[in-house]
Design a protein around this ligand. Structure first.
Ligand SMILES: CCCCCCCCCC/C=C\CCCCCCCC(=O)SCCNC(=O)CCNC(=O)[C@H](O)C(C)(C)COP(=O)(O)OP(=O)(O)OC[C@H]1O[C@@H](n2cnc3c(N)ncnc32)[C@H](O)[C@@H]1OP(=O)(O)O
Ligand SMILES: Cc1cc2nc3c(=O)[nH]c(=O)nc-3n(C[C@H](O)[C@H](O)[C@H](O)COP(=O)(O)OP(=O)(O)OC[C@H]3O[C@@H](n4cnc5c(N)ncnc54)[C@H](O)[C@@H]3O)c2cc1C
Length: 672
């Protein structure tokens, strides 16, 4: 049911903040969106989806039972998918079905997550990335038209990270030209796949391929699991939902077991390897890990997803901080807006800067991904290791940083930030999952570390290395970089920290081998340092990319936009330099005086950004329907909205709850 929202005047504090703005907000919005045309396209799509109120709920999702919440999510997913299918794809183009704008507009419909998310997010991209042209022609149109609904079932109860250890088997039977899918143990049950529990009728399954008596490792299969008419699980399929979790409450994450379940031979996704009718296995991939392609794709998209979630949290916390007043600074003076406290600015302005850093870096990463994939299609896989290293560390660091900054936003909103109606707990629990899924933080940084150690050894022996580690050619054999407090100087210091840490890892591994350990143990003992080195490399990439992209994208901007974008990027560099003072002291010539100067300049920058803070979050251009927040709406009517949301609590539906008569009264009367 649609809810009618009263229109209110903008809170005077927010109105005053907006008058202070000294830059053109629309110009900044255009930079974030990727150009004026992209902003117009986004607005058009949002208008189509949101102007009829279909996304609004009378009863908040959190007040519904698990079953009602799921059913409501399905109802809205169908409405939204229909709008996507009939109206939005015409604007973005069919090939842009996973456009971030579609994904972001969907947030207006779901505070949590749509049960269809994994269909469009992973099932369809897997069809595109892993099918032969014939398979694509068979399944892709049906999937895009929602004739079939899919999930991505890779993780098992016993294994998530270690894909090679998956236990589900797909054994080829040449007599019937079928694969037999089987779950031999409880730990081999598929577990976690979004949309699998109740929604999907198909899924992509990762299983160990056996043919002619030999195991050829994990491969992908497309499997119909439910009847298209009755939706009942097919014989041989055991499927269900995994139960309540921290977030993802309406995503019906599922489990799946196979009891010698048969699928046609053509259901193996055969772009990179195939099984002939007679059972002969033929590998065509030029790189062994191309079947992991969907994961790389999602890791790439998650960086922009983190920017979006952070921009939502920052908008909520900054608008609220402009309206909230607390504590007398001087006797008998009015309480200041909490946004005037430098400690509050320290918590929040880095969130705006980080949202920009991730957005600009994500666009660059997306272009890199596209270029590498174009090469792969031509048979050149040379750049794949660098892409894997880059997407792994950027996914790990962006999800982890976004999570801690979003938590800061909640802290910045005091008690009201703890209310579900603020939306901060939803944003937090959604982002918390991103640190784990699609490759856990530590695991992905260790993947990047493998690449870095090799690159360091190449640089050490005087060979040129690939672009994202080119700094190693300059710094691998340098002891300490000379500190220079300009932006170039700070970026070079981050590169020196990364090079220093990678070098230290290499030396630790070599020392351990010299003292008798084998390579695996030496590596294992060094993993704490290796994770730190990969994180340092990622920070070096982030500061460098953010800076370069900011300069490039503001070339033709007005002077004040240039200034404010520049201030944000400098803030980002200084914030992280101050966070990493120990590393700077170790790997650069920075002195205590330099660090004290840096701290003072950072504090001055917070003050300089203060008048533009509200307008900077306005520039994210997040409609109230997408923010879902009593604290973050454009009009800033925080207290009215908190009260309005409180009235919706089911506990307020009756003046006296029956439990009073059943339990409390007997207790009071000593009759219990
Ligand atoms: C109505 C709604 C509308 C919505 C609109 C739709 C818009 C969609 C947007 C969607 C955005 C967000 C939603 C996403 C929701 C996602 C939910 C979560 C889904 C999942 O989690 S799926 C499961 C993911 N699982 C993992 O990620 C597992 C992690 N593990 C691994 O990746 C691997 O096991 C590994 C850790 C990489 C190790 O693999 P392996 O043991 O095979 O390899 P080795 O460690 O031995 O390394 C060997 C060698 O190979 C290199 N390598 C490894 N991986 C890759 C790779 N991917 N590419 C290239 N190279 C790779 C590795 O570096 C080694 O190289 P070396 O030997 O060192 O040279
Ligand atoms: C909300 C959500 C949605 C999901 N959706 C899907 C989905 O749609 N489809 C799907 O297939 N999967 C899905 N997953 C599963 C997800 O991909 C896995 O949970 C993730 O890859 C981590 O694997 P794991 O749970 O086995 O953790 P584990 O690998 O068991 O990790 C546990 C701990 O051990 C550490 N560890 C593991 N290996 C190493 C190592 N080699 N070195 C050092 N430390 C290590 C990790 O750092 C971590 O701290 C989802 C998960 C969540 C939370």
């Amino acid at each position: 049911m649609k809810a009618n929202r009263p229109k209110r005047d903008v809170h005077p504090d927010l109105a005053r903040e907006r008058l202070k703005c000294n830059f053109n907000i629309e110009e900044v919005t255009n930079i974030i969106d990727g150009g004026k045309d992209k902003t117009l396209e986004r607005k058009k799509i949002e208008d189509i989806a949101l102007n009829n109120g279909a996304c609004l709920d009378e009863i908040p999702d959190e007040c519904l039972s698990i079953k009602e919440r799921y059913e409501n999510a399905i109802r809205k997913s169908c409405i939204y998918s229909n709008i996507v299918r009939n109206e939005m794809l015409e604007i973005t183009g069919m090939e842009n079905f996973e456009s971030p704008v579609l994904r972001r507009t969907a947030d207006a419909f779901f505070k949590d997550i749509s049960p269809f998310m994994l269909h469009l997010g992973m099932f369809v991209p897997t069809l595109i990335g892993q099918s032969t042209p014939e398979q694509m022609a068979e399944w892709l149109p049906k999937a895009l038209d929602m004739k079939i609904i899919g999930a991505y079932a890779q993780t098992e109860l016993g294994h998530g990270t270690f894909i090679r250890g998956l236990e589900t088997t797909a054994t080829y039977d040449p007599d019937k030209e079928e694969f037999v899918l089987h779950s031999p143990t409880i730990t081999s049950y598929k577990w976690w796949a979004g949309g699998l529990g109740k929604t999907a009728n198909h899924c992509v399954v990762m299983a160990q391929l056996y043919t002619q008596g030999e195991c050829h490792g994990t491969h992908l299969f497309i499997v119909q699991i439910r009847d298209l008419d009755t939706h009942m699980p097919l014989p041989g399929i055991k499927v269900g939902e995994i139960g309540p979790r921290m977030g993802f409450s309406s995503a019906d994450n599922g489990f799946l077991g196979f009891n010698s379940f048969r699928i046609p031979r053509q259901n193996m996704l055969m772009k990179h390897a195939k099984v002939e009718k007679d059972g002969c296995y033929v590998k065509s991939a030029k790189h062994g890990k191309l079947t992991y392609g969907t994961m790389v794709f999602i890791r790439v998209t998650l960086v922009s997803e983190m920017s979006f979630n952070l921009s939502k949290a920052a908008t909520i916390a900054i608008r609220y901080s402009a309206v909230r007043r607390q504590t007398e600074l001087r006797p008998n003076e009015p309480e200041p807006q909490i946004l005037d406290y430098p400690t509050q600015q320290h918590k929040l302005f880095i969130c705006i800067a980080t949202a920009h850093a991730f957005q600009l870096t994500s666009k660059w990463l997306w272009d890199t991904f596209q270029a590498v994939m174009a090469d792969v299609r031509k048979g050149n896989v040379d750049a794949l290791p660098e892409l894997h290293a880059l997407s792994s560390c950027l996914k790990a660091v962006s999800t982890s940083d976004a999570l801690s900054h979003i938590e800061q936003c909640r802290f910045a909103c005091g008690g009201h930030g703890y209310m579900l109606s603020s939306n901060l707990p939803f944003i937090y629990s959604f982002v918390a999952a991103t640190r784990t899924y699609e490759g856990d933080y530590t695991v992905l940084l260790l993947q990047t570390a493998r690449f870095l150690v090799k690159a360091w050894e190449q640089a050490e022996s005087g060979n040129n290395v690939t672009p994202t580690v080119a700094y190693l050619n300059r710094t691998a054999n340098t002891k300490r970089v000379v500190w220079d407090n300009t932006h170039e100087g700070i970026i070079q210091s981050f590169q020196a920290i990364a090079a220093g840490k990678i070098g230290q890892c290499v030396r630790s591994i070599r020392d351990r081998i010299k003292s008798g350990m084998d390579y695996e143990d030496a590596w294992l003992m060094t993993t704490v340092q290796l994770v730190a080195a990969a994180e340092a490399h990622c920070r070096a990439v982030l500061v460098n990319t953010y800076w370069n992209e900011m300069i490039r994208l503001t070339k033709s901007s007005s002077a004040n936009v240039k200034t404010v974008m520049h201030q944000l990027a400098v803030l980002y560099l200084m914030y992280w330099a101050l966070e990493k003072t120990g590393d700077l002291l170790k790997y650069s010539s920075v002195s205590k005086q330099d660090l004290d100067d840096l701290q003072r300049r950072y504090e001055e920058l917070l003050a300089a950004l203060r008048p533009n803070a509200v307008s900077l979050v306005d520039a994210f251009d997040l409609r109230d329907e997408i923010l879902h927040s009593s604290l973050g709406s454009y009009d800033g009517c925080v207290y009215e909205r908190l009260m309005e949301e409180a009235q919706k609590s089911p506990l307020n539906a009756e003046p006296v709850n029956p439990s009073f008569h059943k339990y409390i009264k007997p207790l009071m009367q000593g009759k219990l």
